[in-house]
Design a protein around this ligand. Structure first.
Ligand code: WT7
Length: 646
């Protein structure tokens, strides 16, 4: 029997949604989606009202998705302008640096002014509606300012995670044909300096990039950085003589708001495209109900703005709601492992949204570093990014939240734009490890191998069979890939690539990816992406990457290498190959283990049997299953014999 926790009545009585209201609203959203979304589209401001609500087809080859298509709005105005009458002096952003001595605050009024000026600065260098702008920044207030300034003009931002390498940055700039890159001189992480400007220069030295006209640099470390006259501008210089008045551009609901690259099973990262109207409605509504956000509360999402969580629940959702948010540049264990709790105490954080990997890394140190600080301000806790094991859930619940705060375990993806499965904290009992039920308007289902929908309790692949406003619209410049990846495997449904179980109460439990995507510390990487980089190393002939269970990171990277003719394994080469992955993709892609092998286990048709590699990486060689289709069974013996002892 699964453990269940009742949400304390002190919380439930004041929540936006109780059980009855959830059932009622959910039924409405499914039976009459047009009526439901017509009314809830009003949770944001429109410049031109919509009359059409939705129009979509999930049936290949003609897949399209449109929400509120005849409406017009501005995402930035929804985050700023509309709050000015009521919250001009309310804090919009508390910023806490990697260095605990560095802090800043911005009120809604100040953020509005800064964004308006920067938008005018962008105009001055020729940025206009529809242009793509790459944002490669540390977690500083100007990251939010940059996103909102683009949105104000209707320019499409593409934020690239600051932990990505110059080459990974270059790939994304090339794909979205960015006209501008916004970066910083340097950033900090655990007191270590990160060379943002230098990395940007390296990326732009790629001769294939022909679209970038300018680079805007934010002064953060204040150290000298290389400079290209005519191309590079300092942020503070660009905005020093511009007007503070910049009217928001009226943008059609289906005009793009941003592109965010994410990894899939195959090939290079996909540019996930989100449009403006539906995304804003879905962000605002999920934020309010799932985090049960109340006026004046302090909300902290620890995700980097380089990921979708940072977009939807670090920037657009909370600011659309007029929330006070915290932006943190650092990491959970610097200067010490109490950092999160010290921040919670000093800012009196009410809602904390973080990832299981952070909890697992802190849990190791016991409860004392947590209880040393006062956490009585906390009211709700959230988790995202990967399955949370019941032990970490219980620790989060008992130690961090003092059994007072409900936990919302939220399941979603870059593709879904916002949370799709989660408990609504006033409406549902909590089960450690379960993501509970679909949000309003979400029709979730499980399918078996034949694509037949399962009824009642069972386990299968998670699919979503109707559209919702926050859904991605296409893979940028590759609609074909969008259709093939998500809609062609199970006709007429959106295929999530996650496995899940549904219990007798109808609650969902995510079991993990069913494709070749790995979640490392909640970060998403494709095995194919790492393999293509490794195979490009001159000393490597073939490579295969699989995930293995890792105590802190959730999944670790285990790499099998077949060396090129004449090359010999060595400790130095192990080091070099790890460094190669860091350099080509970023530190998150560095393999934990490298095993040399003479060959990879392949079927007679030449397909690598990853199942076998996964068992070996997990150190379970006795459980290899059927190996009769292998073209060379000896390879397996060799792999088992030389597996790494851990
Ligand atoms: C993949 C999407 C959604 C924002 C952050 C990640 C996994 C996400 C959960 C959860 C179990 C989860 C899935 C999903 N995932 N949340 N609560 N429980 N798994 O976005 O980088 O696009 O990754 O993250 O496998 O498919 P993303």
């Amino acid at each position: 029997m699964n453990k269940k926790y009742k949400v304390p009545s002190s919380f439930a009585n004041k929540a936006w949604v109780d059980k009855r209201k959830y059932d009622e609203l959910y039924a409405w959203s499914i039976e009459d989606p047009i009526g439901f979304w017509k009314e809830h589209g009003q949770c944001i401001d429109w410049i031109r009202p919509y009359s059409k609500i939705m129009d979509y087809s999930f049936v290949p080859p003609n897949v399209y998705i449109k929400w509120y298509e005849d409406g017009a709005l501005n995402a930035c105005a929804n985050c700023l302008d509309r709050h000015l009458d009521t919250r001009r002096n309310q804090i919009a952003i508390y910023w806490e640096g990697d260095n605990p001595k560095e802090k800043r605050t911005l009120t809604y009024g100040e953020l509005f002014r800064e964004v308006s000026k920067f938008a005018n600065g962008l105009k001055k260098i020729g940025i206009k509606k529809g242009d793509r702008v790459a944002i490669y920044l540390p977690m500083i207030p100007e990251a939010v300012v940059s996103m909102l300034a683009c949105a104000r003009l209707g320019a499409i931002h593409s934020v690239v995670f600051g932990g990505f390498s110059p080459e990974a940055l270059a790939k994304r700039i090339l794909d979205c044909e960015a006209k501008l890159v916004i970066t910083a001189d340097e950033g900090f992480r655990r007191g270590q300096m990160i060379s943002f400007k230098q990395n940007t220069d390296k990326a732009l030295s790629d001769k294939e990039i022909k679209t970038v006209e300018n680079v805007i640099v934010i002064k953060h470390s204040r150290n000298n950085v290389p400079w290209e006259r005519g191309r590079d501008f300092w942020y503070h210089e660009l905005i020093c003589d511009v007007s503070e008045d910049c009217p928001p551009e009226a943008v059609n609901a289906e005009d793009p708001l941003f592109i965010l690259y994410t990894s899939g099973s195959t090939g290079t990262p996909k540019g996930v495209l989100h449009t403006t109207g539906g995304y804003m409605v879905y962000s605002a509504l999920t934020f309010k109900y799932i985090f049960d956000y109340k006026e004046e509360e302090i909300y902290w999402c620890t995700a980097d703005i380089g990921w979708i969580t940072g977009h939807t629940y670090g920037v657009y959702g909370p600011l659309a709601a007029g929330a006070t948010t915290l932006l943190f540049e650092g990491v959970p264990d610097y200067p010490d492992v109490s950092r999160y709790w010290q921040i919670v105490e000093s800012y009196k954080v009410n809602i904390l949204y973080t990832a299981p990997t952070a909890l697992r890394s802190l849990m190791r140190y016991g409860s004392e570093p947590v209880t040393r600080y006062n956490r009585s301000s906390l009211r709700l806790l959230g988790t995202v990014g990967e399955p949370i094991d019941p032990t970490s859930w219980e620790w989060y619940y008992r130690v961090v939240g003092e059994e007072r705060c409900p936990i919302v375990d939220t399941w979603w993806q870059t593709e879904t734009g916002g949370i799709v499965l989660s408990p609504l904290p006033g409406a549902m009992d909590l089960k450690p490890g379960s993501v509970a039920k679909p949000f309003f308007g979400i029709k979730a289902g499980l399918i078996d191998k034949n694509c037949d929908l399962l009824e009642g309790p069972g386990e299968g692949s998670l699919v979503l069979s109707t559209s919702w406003p926050g859904q991605m619209r296409t893979v940028y410049r590759n609609h074909q890939r969008f259709v093939e990846t998500y809609f062609s495997r199970c006709h007429g449904t959106f295929f999530t690539d996650d496995g899940a179980r549904r219990d007798e109460d109808g609650d969902y439990w995510i079991t993990g990816r069913v494709d070749d995507v790995i979640k490392i510390s909640g970060h998403r990487l494709g095995t194919a992406e790492i393999e293509s980089v490794m195979t490009a190393h001159p000393k490597v002939s073939e490579s295969a990457v699989v995930a293995f269970p890792h105590k802190i990171k959730g999944s670790g990277i285990y790499l099998f290498i077949v060396l090129a003719e004449g090359e010999k394994p060595s400790n130095q080469l192990t080091k070099d190959l790890k460094q190669w992955a860091r350099q080509k993709i970023g530190p998150i892609a560095a393999p934990d283990f490298i095993q040399w092998t003479e060959g990879l286990p392949k079927t007679r048709s030449g397909k690598v049997m990853r199942r076998i590699l996964r068992q070996i990486a997990a150190n379970q060689p006795n459980d290899l299953g059927d190996t009769s289709t292998l073209s060379d069974p000896d390879v397996v013996e060799d792999l088992i014999k030389h597996r790494l002892n851990r």
